[in-house]
Design a protein around this ligand. Structure first.
Ligand code: GUN
Ligand code: ZN
Length: 439
């Protein structure tokens, strides 16, 4: 039977760059493929092939439409492994570190999501912003209200995006109208899993906010959901701020460390993503690595809330998977380009470097691996889903001028990352279809 979503083959001709492995494992030279005059051939939402134009063009059927692009670079779509859609309207809230920021700004805004119409309005705004920034997949927090996640999935489905989201579980240390109970949190999550998990390109993540806002009973039921639905994700926060860490120790005095609270409740696996992990001890690193859990590195957020400097190289040396997260609204940009630029500065402050090919990997294939989605997205391997961005090398006057001085591919890529932002995104494609075009 013909796929009702079937689309004719399309070819895009311009410079094309994608990651094929982690530079930390294979070295920079073996980590990417670059075609200066390349073709990306897509059909039915998938990559057919990528390669040099002079090799692929003569093989194309006459029916294939070839789009030729000047002064552009195609890369895979960006992958944001930690973001809060309900915090779109409170990005850039002044003056606080994590716990006061949550109480003064975040919780009041999240209360508004009891109103489904408001939730939908923000979900639409949020998905528009992701597309404008070239992000094609994200792991997303909702609020405690199950309707917040329902409308988010509805809007994501309309755009045929590969998205992961979940309802926040929070049964203590929060305002009364933002609290669920262990049982209602379990039942609401279960209903959302049954409705949305693996529907098209959508997936569910069991989402306890962080250890301080869940009782042990709620975390136990989160673990039960993961046992009942083994391919569902687990998404939470971990070890972001010193006061938070002390609070967790006081709330769970029997736990060995912060991560151990989650470990005791069966929340660690290859489908678990922990945001931040800025201040981890040896024991926590070992357990993350043993269980193949991932950390979302959120540089703009960690700087904005004064949380600390994430030791990326050290975490990788310990065998921990790392993806990139914007963590909007504590993060200050939806742009993965800006996020990688801030990550570079975080590395500099630790006497370390972040090569542009490594940044590309982190924002694409590395994110896909952190989300266990590298079998379907993350690069242009034949058969993967055609999620990609067209970057404009002349996006601003400064970028055009600077590019004239760029000697090499890595130089150009570093400029794109360092001074690039939403203006750099000419088009965003999801499943082979254009979901954003810069005006
Ligand atoms: N820890 C618990 N909740 C949050 C949140 O909404 N944002 C961040 N950055 N950290 C958290
Ligand atoms: Zn967060």
């Amino acid at each position: 039977m013909k796929d009702p979503k079937a689309h004719p083959a399309k070819a895009f001709r311009t410079a094309i760059l994608h990651s094929i492995a982690n530079p930390t494992d294979v070295g920079l030279e073996n980590s990417y493929q670059y075609f200066e005059d390349g073709i990306l051939l897509v059909a039915d939402g998938h990559v057919v092939k990528v390669g040099d134009a002079k090799e692929i063009l003569p093989t194309l059927d006459d029916s294939v439409v070839v789009t030729e692009l000047e002064n552009k670079l195609i890369t895979p779509g960006f992958i944001d492994t930690h973001i809060h859609y309900p915090q779109t309207g409170m990005i850039a809230a002044y003056g606080e570190q994590l716990l006061d920021w949550l109480n003064n700004y975040t919780f009041p805004e999240e209360k508004r999501f009891a109103d489904k119409d408001y939730a939908r309005e923000v979900a639409v705004q949020f998905l528009d912003e992701l597309a404008r920034n070239g992000t094609t997949t994200a792991l997303v927090f909702g609020t405690v209200h199950k309707e917040s996640v329902d409308v988010f999935f509805q809007e994501s489905e309309k755009r045929n995006l590969r998205m992961i989201a979940g309802k926040v579980l929070m049964d203590r240390n929060a305002p009364d109208d933002l609290k669920d109970t262990p049982e209602s949190g379990y039942e609401d999550s279960k209903a959302l899993i049954e409705k949305w998990h693996n529907k098209g390109r959508l997936h569910y993540a069991v989402t306890p906010r962080f250890a301080p806002t869940s009782t042990s009973e709620q975390l136990r039921l989160a673990g039960k959901l993961l046992e009942e639905y083994p391919d569902v994700y687990m998404h939470t926060h971990l070890s972001e701020n010193q006061k938070e860490i002390e609070w967790v120790q006081a709330l769970f005095p029997e736990s060995k460390n912060y991560l151990d609270v989650y470990d005791q409740h069966g929340l660690l696996s290859s489908r678990s993503v922990f945001a931040h992990g800025v201040h981890l001890c040896e024991g926590e690193c070992s357990r993350l690595s043993e269980t193949d859990s991932a950390i979302a590195f959120c540089p703009t957020s960690n700087l904005f809330l004064g949380s600390g400097l994430f030791p990326l190289s050290d975490m990788e040396a310990k065998g921990i998977k790392v993806g990139m997260g914007t963590d909007v609204g504590a993060g200050t940009s939806f742009s993965l380009l800006q996020t990688m630029s801030e990550a570079y500065k975080v590395m500099q402050l630790q006497g370390d470097k972040l090569h542009p090919f490594k940044s590309l990997y982190q924002a694409t294939l590395g994110g896909a691996k952190a989300l266990s989605l590298d079998n379907v997205i993350g690069n242009f391997e034949s058969g993967k889903e055609a999620d990609f961005v067209v970057l404009d090398l002349n996006a601003t006057q400064l970028m055009r001028f600077r590019m004239e001085h760029a000697k090499s591919l890595e130089d150009k890529l570093f400029v794109l990352i360092t001074i690039g932002d939403d203006r750099t995104i000419a088009n965003t494609y999801s499943y082979g279809e254009c979901v954003y075009e810069k005006q």
